[in-house]
Write a protein that binds this ligand. Structure first.
Ligand code: ZN
Length: 77
Protein backbone atom coordinates (compact mmCIF):
# COMPACT_ATOMS: atom_id res chain seq x y z
CA UNK A 1 0.00 0.00 0.00
CA UNK A 2 1.33 3.37 -0.98
CA UNK A 3 1.80 5.74 1.89
CA UNK A 4 0.89 9.33 1.14
CA UNK A 5 3.50 11.57 2.66
CA UNK A 6 2.35 14.61 4.52
CA UNK A 7 3.79 17.79 3.12
CA UNK A 8 4.68 20.38 5.67
CA UNK A 9 4.43 24.10 4.98
CA UNK A 10 5.24 26.01 1.80
CA UNK A 11 8.57 24.23 1.38
CA UNK A 12 6.99 20.79 1.33
CA UNK A 13 7.58 20.80 -2.41
CA UNK A 14 11.28 20.17 -1.87
CA UNK A 15 10.91 16.75 -0.36
CA UNK A 16 13.42 15.19 1.93
CA UNK A 17 17.01 16.27 2.34
CA UNK A 18 16.57 19.97 2.70
CA UNK A 19 16.07 20.17 6.45
CA UNK A 20 17.94 23.32 7.36
CA UNK A 21 17.37 25.14 4.08
CA UNK A 22 13.72 24.26 4.26
CA UNK A 23 13.24 25.77 7.69
CA UNK A 24 14.87 29.00 6.57
CA UNK A 25 12.74 29.12 3.47
CA UNK A 26 9.53 28.60 5.38
CA UNK A 27 10.40 31.55 7.60
CA UNK A 28 11.18 33.78 4.61
CA UNK A 29 8.10 32.79 2.66
CA UNK A 30 5.88 33.37 5.63
CA UNK A 31 7.19 36.92 5.92
CA UNK A 32 6.71 37.46 2.19
CA UNK A 33 3.03 36.81 2.56
CA UNK A 34 2.68 39.63 5.04
CA UNK A 35 1.49 42.94 3.58
CA UNK A 36 4.37 45.29 2.82
CA UNK A 37 3.76 48.93 3.52
CA UNK A 38 5.05 51.84 1.44
CA UNK A 39 7.00 54.30 3.64
CA UNK A 40 5.76 57.27 1.58
CA UNK A 41 2.03 56.80 1.30
CA UNK A 42 1.38 53.76 3.50
CA UNK A 43 0.09 52.00 0.41
CA UNK A 44 0.85 48.49 -0.64
CA UNK A 45 4.38 47.74 -1.81
CA UNK A 46 5.32 44.93 -4.13
CA UNK A 47 8.70 43.25 -4.41
CA UNK A 48 10.12 44.30 -7.77
CA UNK A 49 13.45 42.54 -7.50
CA UNK A 50 16.09 41.75 -4.97
CA UNK A 51 15.87 44.52 -2.34
CA UNK A 52 13.82 46.65 -4.72
CA UNK A 53 10.25 47.48 -3.85
CA UNK A 54 7.58 49.14 -5.94
CA UNK A 55 4.59 50.86 -4.43
CA UNK A 56 1.34 49.92 -6.10
CA UNK A 57 -0.33 53.14 -4.99
CA UNK A 58 2.21 55.92 -5.64
CA UNK A 59 4.50 54.05 -8.04
CA UNK A 60 7.66 54.84 -6.10
CA UNK A 61 10.66 52.56 -6.20
CA UNK A 62 12.66 52.14 -3.04
CA UNK A 63 15.18 49.87 -1.46
CA UNK A 64 14.36 47.52 1.35
CA UNK A 65 15.11 44.07 2.55
CA UNK A 66 15.75 41.40 -0.02
CA UNK A 67 12.68 39.37 0.80
CA UNK A 68 10.62 41.60 3.02
CA UNK A 69 10.58 45.36 3.43
CA UNK A 70 11.20 45.73 7.11
CA UNK A 71 14.34 43.89 8.05
CA UNK A 72 15.96 43.95 11.45
CA UNK A 73 18.31 46.69 10.20
CA UNK A 74 15.64 49.03 8.85
CA UNK A 75 13.64 48.61 12.02
CA UNK A 76 16.52 49.88 14.12
CA UNK A 77 17.05 53.01 12.05
ZN1 ZN B 1 3.49 54.54 -1.91
Amino acid sequence: MAVKKKKIGAAGRFGAGYGKVKNKLIAVERKQRVKQECPFCKGRAKRDGKSIWLCVKCGKNFAGGAFHLKTQITKNN
